[in-house]
Design a protein around this ligand. Structure first.
Ligand code: UGA
Length: 438
């Protein structure tokens, strides 16, 4: 099959658009299908509907090459040999479980066009057991095709790098043939020495949620230590640094602060708990409930610091919030702890002004009543307190002395433990940070 295989990508959001452009850059002919005509029109012009470093230029380049096209017409997949399903699996509106509507309808929509010997490859994050049931469904509607599962581990902000040079490739397959097809498709990436892990369908699905649960656990662990440090008069940044030197622990993902957000970690741990309960293994994942609770508590702790510094009644105060996105180098505000804190302070009556280098428009869409500032200067002018909630590098580069002339009170809360405390203190600021004694 190799380089002459034609690929289709169903669902052109974050994952799909990245996968489509990256596979095209490896030399494949790729058609991306999405039901949203606006998104398809933008992508077809080589424009990215979201911010992701490096993907904009790659997309434009691949569109220009002629190998990559986008359409709303599902019949376009009839030419393809391998079909990657990259649609979203959001948290359902009425509970913790994942909503599988889009995955099911994507597979149903392509079924009539699947050619003999073609392979449907799920990439979306799904509850364990989904792949097996979709495979059964396909065996009835399109017996000429097979189904595999190939979870992705890309991080926003590093999407291209994580797709083209991943730290491992995991494929869930029911037979050797499906594995061979995927080996052909990923040959250029395997050639880089990327570890290749063959699993059965349920294990492949589980690898993904287990990885995200572990990452969430690491973050909540350090945030729990931050709570204890606050109570005991310790410093969580020193603690994290010290335990991180043990290679069994590792220093990454031990950044204490306002916790994890985004379109993956929060909803994935909740969906995992819901699925475990269905499977009769509820107790095994009870700890994830605590991970979720610690994570949400970090937001409340920041609000408590604001109140204890200013007053219970926040109405008379202007609060400057630096950062709206769930992490830097992204314009994603889904389940963003920063934006949630800003909205809660606004709801409590404070005059909140939010700045973000990339996330103002998405944030405004979600919270039209919040005030937004285009520049940091405008945001902090006359502020009674600054909250640093997303660790964009431009915030680390701020000069505390200069900022000191703009604000009303020189008080800052570092919600990400990313600013240089001594620098701010030397410039006369009262500096609070989660997990660090003042
Ligand atoms: C996460 C995983 O890291 C990816 O491996 C996975 O593929 C992806 O979800 C997914 O399921 O699609 P992402 O959502 O892009 O990637 O974000 P992360 O880099 O994991 O950060 C998640 C959140 O944790 C952010 O809000 C970040 O600020 C927070 N975080 C991260 C901390 O609070 N402390 C840390 O030490 C690290």
């Amino acid at each position: 099959m190799a380089m002459n295989a034609n690929l289709s990508v169903i669902g052109c959001g974050y994952l799909g658009a990245t996968h489509a452009a990256c596979m095209s850059s490896l030399g494949f002919t790729v058609v991306g299908v999405d039901t949203d005509p606006e998104k398809v029109a933008m992508l077809s012009r080589g424009e990215l509907p979201f911010y992701e470093p490096g993907l904009d230029t790659l997309l434009a380049q691949e569109i220009k090459s002629g190998r990559l096209t986008f359409t709303t017409d599902f019949s376009a997949v009839a030419e393809s040999d391998v079909h990657f399903v990259c649609v979203g699996t959001p948290q359902s509106k009425d509970g913790l479980a994942a909503d599988l509507t889009y995955v099911k309808s994507a597979v149903a929509a392509i079924a009539p066009y699947l050619k003999d010997g073609s392979l449907v490859v799920g990439k979306s994050t799904v509850p364990v057991g989904t792949a097996q049931s979709l495979r059964k469904q396909l065996a009835e509607s399109a017996p000429q095709a097979d189904l595999a599962w190939n979870p992705e581990f890309l991080r926003e902000g590093f999407a291209v790098e994580d797709t083209l040079t991943p730290n491992r490739l995991v494929v869930g397959v029911a037979n050797d043939r499906a594995e061979e097809i995927l080996k052909d498709v990923y040959a250029p990436i395997i050639a880089l020495g990327t570890p290749w892990i063959r699993a059965d369908l349920p294990t492949a699905e589980l690898v993904k949620v287990a990885a995200n649960s572990f990452l969430a656990t690491k973050i909540s662990f350090i945030n729990a230590m931050a709570e204890v440090c606050e109570a005991a008069g310790g410093d969580v940044t020193v603690l994290a640094n010290a335990i991180g030197y043990d290679p069994r622990i590792g220093s990454r993902f031990l950044q204490a602060g306002i916790g994890f957000g985004g379109g993956c970690l929060p909803k994935d741990i909740r969906a995992f708990m819901a699925r475990a309960e269905e499977l009769g293994a509820k107790q095994a994942l009870e700890f994830l409930r605590e991970i979720d609770a610690i994570n949400l508590r970090a937001r409340q702790r920041v609000i408590d610091v604001v109140r204890s510094d200013l007053s219970e009644n926040l109405t008379p105060y202007k609060l400057a919030v630096l950062g709206a996105t769930f992490k830097p180098d992204s314009d994603d505000v889904r389940d963003s702890p920063a934006l949630d804190i800003a909205a809660q302070l606004h709801a409590a009556g404070a005059h909140v002004v939010v700045h973000d280098p990339k996330g103002i428009e998405p944030a405004r869409k979600r919270f039209p009543n919040l005030n937004f500032a285009e520049t940091v200067t405008e945001c902090v002018k006359g502020a009674d307190l600054i909250l640093h909630l997303t660790e964009w590098s431009e915030y680390r580069a701020l000069d505390p002395s200069e900022l000191g002339h703009l604000v009303k009170n020189k008080i800052i809360i570092d919600g990400r433990n990313a600013l240089d405390r001594e620098l701010w203190r030397r410039a006369g600021w009262k500096f609070h940070a989660l997990g660090r004694t003042d």
